[in-house]
Write a protein that binds this ligand. Structure first.
Ligand SMILES: [Ca+2]
Length: 129
């Protein structure tokens, strides 16, 4: 994964890096929708896929309510994990057979607010071909 230093135009610090990031603001904070950071993976070879060895740490324990993780296959939500402030959760899921060009999205959102929502994460998109 590449790409960092993206800053949200309303002054929030939404950004995503290979090993962590920070979501944007929430509906409760006046946004039209909760602002997620999203990693997208295009399936290169038909086969069975899974998200494995996943972890998300809501790393900043100073304040806030933690984070929310959603895993989508194309437009279908297949897994959700809530990660309380200062805790770690997994979001492993076997997503089954996918075709070339299908996408797996892993999205991290703010929950009720984006206060102290810096997170650390890791996961693998595994193919059982
Ligand atoms: Ca939060």
């Amino acid at each position: 994964m590449t790409g960092d230093g993206l800053f949200y135009s309303n002054g929030s610090i939404l950004h995503l890096r290979a090993l962590g990031g920070h979501p944007g603001r929430s509906v409760e904070q006046g946004e039209a929708t909760d602002r997620y950071v999203i990693a997208a993976y295009a399936v290169p070879i038909e086969g069975d896929y899974a998200v494995t060895t996943s972890s998300l740490v809501a790393a900043d324990t100073d304040c806030g309510d933690g984070n929310v993780v959603h895993v989508y296959v194309n437009d279908t939500l297949v897994n959700t994990a809530t990660v309380g402030n200062g805790t770690t959760s997994t979001f492993d899921i076997e997503v089954g057979g996918l075709a070339v060009g299908d996408h797996i999205y892993v999205a991290v959102g703010p929950g009720e607010n984006d206060f102290c929502d810096s997170f650390e994460w890791d996961f693998t998109i595994a193919a059982a071909n």
